[in-house]
Ligand binder design. Structure first.
Ligand SMILES: [Zn+2]
Length: 173
């Protein structure tokens, strides 16, 4: 992209004025079409960039989204419990999932979070790998925006691996 003008740089304005734009249908859309877009985009990304490349795009996209979500929705939080409460409330209200903290060692920057009824994977068939790469990035972005430190996030259990919840191991880098 060096020297090229950006066409698609994300700004929060791209979420649009939904009261103006969707007076009849409102701000929600069916989860099926969200998943249709996500899993078709992932198919094409994998064909063009390979599995690792596609995962990297999903993780980095999630991370950008997590940073912007923190800036625009979560905003200022004093301390971990305020942060957790704000994330829990926002993700539930937006029907992304039910966020819980299973383990927290803030002094080490080490956490385990779980998300029940995750929008990306809940109800998918059992497969032999986790799928919530975007969510890994999203949590990494939230954590980085909140703490100022880079965090590595790995999904260790997923609906798709038979666990009926998504569980994320979070480590400060
Ligand atoms: Zn999952």
């Amino acid at each position: 992209m060096v020297g090229e003008e950006r066409r698609y740089e994300f700004t929060w304005d791209l979420l649009g004025d939904l009261e103006l734009g969707r007076p009849n249908l409102g701000p929600s859309v069916s989860l099926e079409v969200y998943r249709l877009m996500q899993y078709c985009m992932r198919d094409v990304l994998e064909q063009q960039l390979g599995t690792e490349g596609a995962d990297r795009v999903f993780y980095e996209s999630g991370k950008l989204a997590g940073m912007k979500f923190f800036e625009n929705v979560i905003k200022g939080c004093e301390g971990l419990s305020q942060f957790v409460a704000a994330v829990q409330g926002a993700l539930k209200e937006l029907k992304v999932g039910i966020f819980r903290v299973e383990r927290a060692e803030p002094e080490k920057g080490s956490f385990v979070f779980s998300v029940f009824e995750d929008a990306d994977c809940s109800g998918l068939p059992d497969i032999d790998h986790t799928v919530c790469t975007y969510d890994e990035g999203f949590i990494a972005g939230l954590m980085e925006a909140f703490t100022g430190d880079v965090h590595d996030v790995k999904e260790v259990d997923c609906w798709c691996t038979g666990d009926r919840t998504c569980r994320f191991a979070v480590e400060r880098v």
